[in-house]
Structures are given as C-alpha cells and as structure tokens.
Design a protein around this ligand. Sequence first.
Ligand SMILES: Cc1ncc(COP(=O)(O)O)c(C=O)c1O
Length: 392
Amino acid sequence: MPELAANLEPIVNRRLLTTTPSAIRKFDQEISGIPGIVKLTVGEPDLNTPEHVKQAAINSINNNESHYGRQMGSLKLDQAISAYLKRKQNLVYDPETEIIVTVGATEAIATTIISLFNAGDEVIVPTPTFALYFSLLHLFGIKAVTINTAQDDFLLQPERLTKTLAAHPHAKGIILNYPNNPTGREYPETLIKKLAVILEQHQLYVLSDEIYSELTYGTKHYSIARCLPEQTILISGLSKSHAMTGYRVGYLAAPQKVIKLLTTTHALLVTAVPNMTQAAACEALSVRGDADPQKANKIYAERKDLISTGLSQLGFEIIPPEGAFYLFAKIPAKYGTNDLTFARELAHSARVGCIPGSAFGDGGIGYVRFSYAASPEKIREALKRIADFLNN
Ligand SMILES: Cc1ncc(COP(=O)(O)O)c(C=O)c1O
C-alpha cells in the first residue's frame, strides 16, 4: 500500500483540517462495534425503495440510457419535479430553467453554498439543525451565525430573527430546515409567513432544506418558497420520501438567474446525475409515486407513537415530533447536560444507540436524537433496555 510522501502531508486545504466530518456518522461508527447494540442512530429509512421505482431504474439501464445526460437533469425529471412542486405546494418553477437535479440534497446544499457565498460572509443558521451546513460553511471560510432555538421550543421566532439581523446586517443568507432534523418540529404556515415578512426586507438568500416535507404528522407542509419565491433556494430530494438514500437524487428550485450560477458549479462538480437514478426519481415523483410517502408516513406515525409514549413513560421530556422520523429527548436531569457522555453511557451500558444533540449545534446541547426509521421490534427492545438502564 502506498504511503503518502512525508513532504506532501502539509499540502492541504488548511480549513479542511479543522472541518468536522459528519458528527452523526462519527458517533455511529464509534458505537457500532458494541456487541448486540440496537442503533436508533442514522436518519435513513429502513423501508425498501418502492418496486415501481426500482423497475424504472432497471428499464433505464436496459434501454441503454448510458450517455452523459443534460447537466440540469433529464428534462423529463425536471418536468416531473415541476409538476410535483405545483401539485404538492402550489409552487411554480419552469422545468427548463429553474430546476437542477443534484446528487442528493447534499450536493444541492454544497452547490448552493459554494455558488452564493464568499469566504468571510455571514450566514444565519438556527440550531439545532443538520450539521452538514456547519461543516460546509466552515470548509469555505463562511461564518455561521447561529441562533439557538432551544429556548423557543425549537422554532425560530420572529423577534429573535429580527434581533440577529440587526446584529448582523450584512448576513448573506439563512439556512432553514423543516420539518427539522433533529427535532422533528415543523414550522406552521403562520410562523413561516411572519418570518418571510422579515426576511423579505433584507438582502439575503433563504436556503430552505425541505427534504422531510412529505413526512409530516397532522399538519401539511408549507414551503417558504410560497412566500419568498424571489429569494428562496428550495432544496429537497427523494432519500427520505421514497426511501432512496442510495440512489442519490436531490434537487434545487430557484429563480432562473441563480439557477444559472448554480448550474455552473453543479456541472463542474458532477457533470450530471446518473441516468438510471434520475429515471427512478421521475417515476417516484409521478402521480403514481404519491402513494409511496403516504404509506411510509403511516408506518412512521405508528413508530413515532410507540417511541414517544415509551420514552415519556420512562420520564424523558420529549419534543412531540411533527415531521421527519426523529425524536428529540432531553437527557434526564440526573445525568447533567453532557449529551455526549449520556449517549456514550446509553450505548455501552444499555446497548442502545442514539445521537448526542450537540452534534446539531448549540441548540441541541442536553438532548439526544433517536431515529425511529427502525422496526417496531427494534424500538421496543431499545425502550426495554433504556428502562433497565434507568432502573439500575
Ligand atoms: C436535513 C437534511 N438535509 C439533507 C440531507 C441529505 O440528504 P441526501 O441523502 O438527499 O443527500 C439529510 C440527510 O440526513 C438531512 O437530514
């Protein structure tokens, strides 16, 4: 195996040395070796990709769709995304000029951050939230101005946004994520409208990661792009809604001028998304695919109730989940506020894996995230083990 020449080691993007890799994956790996551990760690559907979606990918391969595709995505898929956004959210995006198909929402986030901001810029990030944003901002020398939402029941409040904008008048963007990873909180339409009124008065982009928009319990998702189409970069994907994490399909929707910029970066990074996964996504986002997230929702809703009731009965203070497939729970008072220590103890002593809340920024300190994208048997076993752990 080749050893890197010692004199090459110092040659590196220095910011990378201080960029945290996914704290979720890191912790997951740390505890994965514990024999017999029940992991409620990663945010990945345990369901299979729907058969009709899989078949579309197979057909694409069999039809020899093996050439470089259109950089912004196959027109057929862009049309399907456009129709889907209209059907679900009453959003209007031109499939030819206002949508890009990306390698998962991950690439959509990276492409947007790289394209719009410069080193030294400030971007507002309410926390707790998906940690990828922090890592990418840091890697490109962009400063995250965080707002801790823990004191506001994990929803960004208009007053706090106004205060932050007053203190950071030159902020170039804000990154919203709802339904939220890790809290499962969903922003009500009324709150989105209030936040939009404030954001409209500022010269900044709104990056809205709505990848869990299909997974809500009770309320219907309301995209901020409906209020601020001129300012919003809508980010989403099929990983969660259609159990397609491994297919790596996401998308961006935004005004044409910004899509042009984003397309340059996207094409430089990846050229285009593989044809077969685009074909699968096209089928998933067709009217035929509308039933898939509905079916999944029913399954997740039962698991949500199971884990919410179970943890509440064990004395955990929980954030009642309104979307996604995460349950955010405060660690019991007798364990203090060190969520990393608690999560480690739970992993080693109870053999239950969860993610420390601080992996999602300051707003997550003192909490842990349980993913209930896991079978009811696993959830029941985890609850039993946690009960034994607490009783001892
Ligand atoms: C909020 C959020 N955005 C984006 C992603 C990444 O999604 P994708 O698999 O489409 O890259 C995740 C994955 O966990 C997520 O939780």
